[in-house]
Write a protein that binds this ligand. Sequence first.
Ligand SMILES: [Mg+2]
Length: 279
Amino acid sequence: MAARRALKAVLVDLSGTLHIEDAAVPGAQEALKRLRSTSVMVRFVTNTTKESKQDLLERLKKLEFDISEDEIFTSLTAARSLVEQKQVRPMLLIDDRALPDFKGIQTSDPNAVVIGLAPEHFHYQILNQAFRLLLDGAPLIAIHKGRYYKRKDGLALGPGPFVTALEYATDTKATVVGKPERTFFLEALRGTGCEPEEAVMIGDDCRDDVGGAQNVGMLGILVKTGMYLLYKPFLKQDGRLHNYLKNVLCRNGRVLSTLIPFLSQSKNKMGLESQGKRQ
Ligand SMILES: [Mg+2]
């Protein structure tokens, strides 16, 4: 792995790190303002499958976050890029609210399958249609393969089990585009002019955020909000989870209670404020 250089870019996860559904994580707006006052570039990265970028932006603006649309990179953006690169016509097995992010993409006579979390569409007839396309050689593109996620009423199945069902039935492998895939982080950094060794990822998921970023050479920082609170009760009983977290943090990672201390602790250690002088 290349040596770490002065910090130039910070990738920040959204759900669980800046907000949880319609509530901001306490202090997150202030932390973001302070981050904006430094010379680093800030990008926001998320594995959303059911919210278009515009919806996401509106939610964040309501919570008084100072974020612009071109700073957000989502797994839907990554899926659209791949569809364009491959020049395919996808069957979009995604939530209707995510459709605006595929505006202009040709979807008639499909020859590919894009799958995200689509509870309203996950029934036999539709899944069978996707199955038949895959048997005919259509590529399978998964927004991400999350096993489950947190809803107000408890844990719920993510897109992963449905992607895996199609993989199993057709003996094929999906191209996954969201976190923790390498290409996701590299694409998110594209346009910033930064190498992974000049960037840090802050998120609440030790595998998808911190582990994924570390795999491309970025520094990973875990915040103890969102997902962290979900798996915290199991840390003592689940040896594998405990070891995973320990390993992730040993690989150049750190844990913070929220986003705020990152800023004050970073000044000297990462050159947040002196970065301009070092160049
Ligand atoms: Mg998160």
